[in-house]
Design a protein around this ligand. Structure first.
Ligand code: GRF
Length: 193
């Protein structure tokens, strides 16, 4: 297996809005020699996102961008990404919908993690809906981002069994544990590692 150093790793930005547990797992993965990516930038649309603390812990540059106006948001974001020579974007609990213009600009370079077995349960409250529908299984999906919500090409999925007494809280925790493994695996898959 090729040894990847900081120099030849793909410069990556992770976009977050909340806790950033997936960001944490991606940072840890990125530091291993088998990771094809190096995380250079953390972007958040929420200045209070807990996950922003990982910027300090791991000394990774962070930027908060929260303009209401889509054009202003896009322009600012694109210029920050260009200045930092970002080549790949990982969405990890980023709650703002990216514009078609932005997605086109970074076409094929944006991936996302979603807490359901897509194409089932696109959008929000996935665990709640899976429980209401008495699903036997749920899980998580890493997929490319296109202009339709949670509809891009699937890279990798992990199925999780829903137990009898499952609650939204226990299912969230159970699936998050799998998300933290799946996201790095999906990135390795993209680069054929
Ligand atoms: C995860 O469940 C992810 O699949 C979804 O948002 C959640 C983010 O969690 N898109 P965290 O901020 O990574 O802890």
């Amino acid at each position: 297996m090729a040894i990847l150093t900081g120099i030849n790793k793909v410069k990556t930005a992770v976009f977050i809005s909340g806790n950033g547990s997936n960001l944490n797992s991606l940072i840890k993965f990125s530091k291993s020699s088998k990771s094809p990516i190096s995380i250079k930038l953390i972007i958040s649309n929420n200045s209070k996102a807990k996950g922003l603390n990982y910027s300090k812990i791991f000394r990774i540059k962070k930027k908060v961008i929260n303009f209401r106006n889509t054009k202003t948001f896009d322009n600012k974001l694109i210029s920050i990404l260009k200045n930092n020579k970002i080549e790949m974007i990982c969405l990890a609990g980023f709650m703002k919908i990216l514009s078609k213009y932005f997605i086109r600009k970074f076409s094929g370079k944006i991936i996302n993690i979603h807490p359901s077995l897509l194409p089932k349960y696109k959008g929000l409250n996935t665990h709640k809906r899976a429980l209401i529908n008495k699903e036997k299984y749920s899980g998580c999906t890493v997929h490319y981002v296109n202009s339709r919500l949670d509809s891009g090409k699937i890279i990798l999925q992990k199925r999780v069994k829903i137990s009898k007494n499952e609650t939204e809280k226990t299912l969230t925790r159970k699936i998050l544990i799998q998300e933290h493994k799946l996201y790095p695996e999906a990135i390795s898959k993209i680069f054929n590692l």
